[in-house]
Design a binder for this molecule. Structure first.
Ligand code: ADP
Ligand code: MG
Length: 329
């Protein structure tokens, strides 16, 4: 049987040991110290047509934004600033050349908006699908870097950004449901939360951070595993807007399922020490004009507990996996 994503990564990670402060596989991006104070932060992503995106849902500008921001989100998750970018393209032989021209123009624009300089890449043909692979380099003050592996028992778990919005947007596109079409932009044009991440990294109370690409439950599980802790998610505590609740109702989507499994929002998941929590929440709102979401608390045993109306509920959903169920071992 085919190996799943985690097992493939584990097999690749094990043989390699790093020295000189280099941090390799296991976080949102790799970290390479460049001097006493600064580090280079590097992340790579591969987006495959009809697995990660359908060209017909996107304008060239939206797809350009998506591919840049999906990658920048991993750079943000480490609390680094955008620096350099490389672009790999595999283009189907019969691909619409007007669309491609627009995409290249918009990609350039999007890089410039985000202070990214293109330094190289690779271009080739593919039989059928469009493949877009991006490597982004960021720069960070080494002392402000945030990793997944430092969450502490009793820390509060928070999210900056939306949860479940991109999932609703994707359903709207896939099932052609116009009444919830305003959510499509969250799926097609996510925005990496670079400013928020840098701001959070300067707050001494933030112990760990990552971005949410695969869904809250899966990504929080990764953060907990890396930190050797568990978490209690309090579903009732998560603040939700009326239009989100209404959209879930319209498509008969369980709100809890949407919150726990909805992927691709590229929000920031982080943990904060209890004594810094109020300060962080208040000042975040004052700085960015929107509220952080409180998800729950870090606990000692290595489990993720979900609590709803004060009662423990099992996690019984199929989580999002790019490799799909048929490859699971
Ligand atoms: P994210 O969802 O934040 O992009 P991933 O789950 O894709 O992170 O990757 C987790 C870690 O595994 C990262 O450090 C990434 O660089 C590494 N990784 C993923 N795929 C491979 C691969 N094919 N070879 C080496 N490292 C990989
Ligand atoms: Mg990530």
């Amino acid at each position: 049987m085919m190996l799943n994503e985690n097992k493939i990564i584990e097999k690749l990670k094990t043989p390699f040991e790093h020295t000189n402060g280099i941090y390799g596989i296991g976080d949102d991006a790799a970290v390479i110290p460049i001097n006493d104070k600064e580090s280079l932060v590097i992340s790579k992503d591969l987006l495959v047509e009809d697995n990660h995106f359908r060209v017909k849902y996107y304008t060239p500008l939206q797809l350009a934004r998506k591919v840049v921001n999906v990658n920048l989100s991993d750079i943000a998750a480490m609390a680094a600033e955008p620096y350099l970018i490389m672009l790999g393209l595999a283009i189907p032989r019969d691909f619409d050349s007007k669309w491609l021209n627009e995409f290249l123009k918009d990609f350039t624009k999007e890089c410039k908006i985000n202070n990214l300089k293109l330094i190289g890449g690779d271009t080739t043909r593919s039989e059928e699908k469009l493949f877009i692979s991006i490597t982004v380099f960021g720069r960070a003050s080494s002392k402000n870097l945030k990793f997944r592996n430092n969450a502490k028992v009793d820390d509060l778990i928070c999210v900056a950004g939306n949860i479940g919005y991109a999932h609703i947007g994707l359903i709207s596109l896939e099932q052609k449901i116009e009444t919830i079409s305003k959510f499509r932009k969250y799926s097609c044009s996510p925005k990496a939360l670079i400013k928020e991440a840098i701001w959070l990294s300067k707050n001494m109370g933030i112990s760990s951070m990552m971005d949410i690409s695969d869904g809250l439950y899966i990504d929080l599980s990764k953060l907990c595993k890396a930190s050797g802790v568990g978490a209690k998610i309090k579903l009732d505590q998560i603040e939700m807007k009326q239009d989100f609740l209404k959209a879930c109702k319209t498509i008969s989507l369980d709100v809890s399922e949407c919150l726990l499994t909805g992927g691709e929002d590229y929000s920031l998941l982080f943990t904060v020490a209890p004594e810094k929590f109020n300060y962080t929440v208040l000042n975040f709102k004052n700085t960015f004009g929107y509220d952080l979401k409180t998800i729950g608390r870090i606990i000692q045993n290595n489990k993720i507990i979900i609590e709803k109306s004060g009662i423990e509920v099992p996690y019984s959903y199929n989580s999002f996996d790019h490799f799909g169920k048929k490859y699971d071992t």
